[in-house]
Design a binder for this molecule. Structure first.
Ligand SMILES: Nc1ncnc2c1ncn2[C@@H]1O[C@H](COP(=O)(O)OP(=O)(O)OP(=O)(O)O)[C@@H](O)[C@H]1O
Ligand SMILES: [Mg+2]
Length: 255
C-alpha cells in the first residue's frame, strides 16, 4: 500500500477539492436557473392568452369573460410569488453567509400569523383539491419575533408538508403554548424521510432528500428556517418514521 508522507504537498487533493467546488457551483447555478425559468413558461402563455382575449373583445368578436380573466391573473400572481420566494430565500442565504441577517423584533400574535399562512396555503391548494389543512390554535398567542421572517418559516414548513405529500390528504397543524415557548407543529402523511436524511436536511443550504429531486425546489427553505429560528433563540425539528410514513416539522420559539 502506498502512503503519502506528511511533507508532500497534497496537490491532487487540492485539485480534486477545486474540481468538486466547481461542479457544485455549476450544479447550483443550473438548479437555480431551472427554478427561475420554470414559472416563466406559464407566465408567458397566460400573457399571450390574455392579449388574444383582449384583441377579440376589442374587435367585438367575443365579450371579455371576467371570471377567466381573474383566473388568468391569479395564475400570474402565483408564478410571480414563486419566483419572488426563491429570490428572497437566496438573498437571505447570502445575508446569513455574510452574517448580515438582522431581526426586526416586535410583539407578534403568532396565532393570527399562523391562521393567515394556513389561509394562503388553503387557497393555493384549493384548485387541486387534494389537501385538507386542519388547524388547531388558540385565538391569540404573543411572541417577540421578526414578523416577516417567522411568516417565511411558517410558509416554508407548511409548503414542504403540501409539496412532499403529492397524494394529498390531511395536513395537521397545531400551535400551542408551553412554559416559556410556543410550538408550531406541521404533520403530513407524505413521502417521509429516511433516518440518514433527517440528519442532513436543513443543515447546509442546497441539501435535498434523495426523493425530493422530482419536486420543485432548491433546498434552502429548511436551512433558512432553521437558522432564522436559531437567531430567535428557538429551533426547528424534523421527524419521520421513514420513507412514505409522513413527516413532522416543528418550529419552537421562545415567548
Ligand atoms: N415535509 C417533508 N416531507 C418530506 N421531505 C421533506 C419535508 N420537508 C423537507 N423535506 C426534505 O428536506 C429537504 C430540504 O427542504 P427545503 O425546504 O430546504 O428544500 P426544498 O423544499 O427542496 O426546496 P425550497 O428551497 O424550495 O424549499 C427537501 O428537499 C426534502 O428532501
Ligand atoms: Mg421547501
Amino acid at each position: 500500500m502506498q502512503s503519502r508522507s506528511a511533507a508532500s504537498p497534497p496537490e491532487s487533493d487540492l485539485a480534486e477539492a477545486v474540481r468538486r467546488v466547481e461542479e457544485e457551483k455549476e450544479e447550483f447555478l443550473s438548479i437555480v436557473a431551472h427554478e427561475l425559468k420554470t414559472p416563466l413558461t406559464p407566465l408567458k402563455s397566460v400573457a399571450q392568452l390574455l392579449r388574444l382575449r383582449l384583441a377579440r373583445a376589442r374587435r367585438g368578436e367575443r365579450e371579455l369573460d371576467l371570471d377567466s380573466l381573474e383566473t388568468n391573473l391569479a395564475t400570474i400572481e402565483r408564478q410571480v410569488d414563486r419566483m419572488d420566494r426563491l429570490v428572497t430565500d437566496l438573498l437571505e442565504v447570502s445575508r446569513i453567509g455574510r452574517d448580515r441577517l438582522e431581526l426586526i423584533l416586535e410583539r407578534v400574535d403568532i396565532a393570527s400569523l399562523v391562521r393567515d399562512v394556513v389561509q394562503r396555503w388553503t387557497e393555493a391548494t384549493a384548485e387541486e383539491g387534494r389537501h385538507r389543512l386542519e388547524l388547531e390554535a388558540p385565538p391569540s398567542l404573543e411572541v417577540t419575533a421578526d414578523r416577516q421572517r417567522v411568516d417565511q418559516i411558517l410558509v416554508n414548513l407548511v409548503g414542504n408538508a403540501v409539496k412532499y405529500s403529492p397524494h394529498g390528504g390531511a395536513v395537521h397543524l397545531r400551535l400551542e403554548e408551553r412554559p416559556g415557548e410556543v410550538v408550531f407543529t406541521v404533520r403530513d402523511g407524505g413521502i417521509g424521510l429516511a433516518e440518514d436524511e433527517i440528519a442532513l436536511v436543513g443543515r447546509e443550504p442546497f441539501v435535498r432528500g434523495r426523493r425530493a429531486h422530482g419536486f420543485a425546489g432548491v433546498g434552502v427553505g429548511l436551512y433558512l428556517s432553521r437558522l432564522v429560528a436559531e437567531r430567535h433563540g428557538g429551533r426547528v425539528e424534523i421527524e419521520s418514521e421513514g420513507e412514505d410514513k409522513g413527516t413532522t416539522a416543528r418550529l419552537i420559539l421562545p415567548r
